[in-house]
Design a protein around this ligand. Sequence first.
Ligand code: EPU
Length: 429
Amino acid sequence: MARVDVIRVKGGTPLTGEVTVGGAKNSALKLMAVALLAPGRSVVENVPRITDIAIMAEVLRRLGCQVTLDGGQATIDVPAEPGSEADYDLVRRLRASICVLGPLLARTGYVRVALPGGDMIGSRGLDMHVSGLARMGAQISGEHGFVIASAPHGLRGGKIWLDFPSVGATENLLMAAVLAKGVTEIDNAAREPEIVDICDMLTAMGAKIEGAGTSTLTVEGVEGLQPVRHRTIGDRIVGGTWAFASAMTRGDVTVQGVRPEFLDVALDKLVTAGAAVEPGDNHFRVRMSDRPKAVDIVTLPYPGFATDLLPMAIGLASVADGSSLITENIFDGRFMFVNEMVRLGADIRTDGHHAVVNGRERLSGAPVRATDIRAGAGLVIAGLCAEGVTEVGEVHHIDRGYPDFVEDLAKLGVEVERADVPEPTFDFS
Ligand code: EPU
């Protein structure tokens, strides 16, 4: 009989204590791809122990690298001539594998990467990756579910204007530009802290980049790069998840390992909702004694409110005093999980990219299902504000982004267990 993993939480306990957050998934994955740009051994430290990192290690192995993941670090030995293909079986499991496109094209002049397709948070295009690389001289075609890019005479610098500050497109173009001939200017670039982290690693490898963390990145191509050792920044989305969990449960949690300025807007929203937030150097504390007040939230590219914290924003609004308007501007399918929140008794109506949430004093525990990483974590956190037990299924999604999630919840005082339950089978004879 097939078995599925579930997380069960008993609601009603305020979270209290301290939790330490590891390296940012969305940095570490790309930093591992950055390593492809220099032959030899690069080491990425503070790598989270999550499924996505293991898949990225496999992507790199299939490109001829030797990769070990041990003690929170990824050691990557890159050959002089890396391979050029990323298969569908890995790319469909890890959409972020698409980030090998830029560095491989820059290094080898030819790359064939499977198209990842859409996912549960919506359709996710690649047009800006493709048109940016074409502007740098690449010839790009698509066939049999692959995107194929070649630049037999090498890439050359150019001026690229992104229609939207896409994180993935900025990263791919940046990783291609560092080895292109001449100067590349990427305008309307993404400004996420993870982009700055990538720029820092590239600069340490010998790349010439100006404007990291601003909307204009200027990259002067160099002949070659050196392998390095680099430490990943803390995961602001995991940190933000604990911040919301503390406020929603009227708890008192100190989050270590994340710079609070990466979460400025999110923490400010919690203050508006009535929380006390004490920022520190690489940590912050969130306390809440009363029921949260309703607060309107709009997701935007950094430094706006992160779309990856939208499920937590909906959770907060679901138990807040009053009505909140939550607007999603990045992904067209991010509200998919709202039906699961409604199963927990939340009063939510969506229309296009808006959700109107009427807060309830308490939610009501029920079996629900994770639809993506952040929705999964959001549902567990919502379950902490529900009467009785909430059972979240398909928690393999949560494993993709939250190392030690259950252990951390238990440390913060939650009655929680992870269980392996049989899935019912049906006889159609
Ligand atoms: N887009 C296009 N064309 C493109 C590129 C993007 O239309 O060529 C659209 C996408 O369809 C989407 C929007 O632009 O609607 C934003 O996409 P972006 O490229 O910025 O996002 P991403 O690189 O695919 C990363 C994170 C996401 C995070 C977003 C936004 C990784 C691996 N993923 O995705 O993280 O939500 O940036 O901040 O870095 C997660 O960790 O759970 C997650 C989904």
